[in-house]
Design a protein around this ligand. Sequence first.
Ligand SMILES: Nc1ncnc2c1ncn2[C@@H]1O[C@H](COP(=O)(O)OP(=O)(O)OP(=O)(O)O)[C@@H](O)[C@H]1O
Length: 211
Amino acid sequence: MTTLLTADGVSRSFDQPVLRDICLELRAGELVTLVGRSGSGKSALLAVLAGFDEPDAGSVTVTGSHGGGPPPWSAMAVLPQSFGLLDELTLEENVASPMLFGGGPVDEAMARAADLLTRLDIGPLARRYPGEVSVGQRQRVALGRAVAGRPKVLLADEPTAHLDHATIQLAVRLLLDFVAEGSACLVATHDPAITTQAHRRLELVDGQIRQ
Ligand SMILES: Nc1ncnc2c1ncn2[C@@H]1O[C@H](COP(=O)(O)OP(=O)(O)OP(=O)(O)O)[C@@H](O)[C@H]1O
């Protein structure tokens, strides 16, 4: 399987060491979950993998990315706990935005956005704005947008925290279909509905990864 992301000896300290000599690989076709107690460093690890934060030691390599800083959208998408939706765009425009900003055809982008919103059971809300829908609906929009541009790697921080059981199944199905097309996804989550369906499970304990 093709390796899409490699972390080699990554360490990061704030007041205390949070990540210690972490090595991991994400490969094409994999949905991988990252669990760990609150404060164990899951978000800190995602930030370093995403290039939003610099490790004190070690390196992160992402396929399709060159040089320092966050990789381009075609190589990596990040789904933060705060969603990061654009309030002035409709839900369908938000989902289409990675394709539109990437210079793709508008009709294709809007059709894919409509399909993703339907798969996430919010198709009828496509023309609404983020401020006009519920938190769980916004979370689904953010998930749709994260996969829309078919990035090679998706890093998602608690992407189902606001969803009910049935909707979580839709989200997991979407992520499994996404990786089946040749991408890799790392999900920080406490949700057994995701961890039980993942291809691999990682746990952060005392700043280190357990498989
Ligand atoms: N910018 C920062 N400055 C100082 N300390 C930080 C910073 N970011 C994270 N930390 C600390 O690093 C540790 C790991 O935080 P992190 O947010 O990665 O945990 P987490 O596993 O994602 O937790 P949760 O499950 O509660 O979201 C915590 O002790 C946190 O206080």
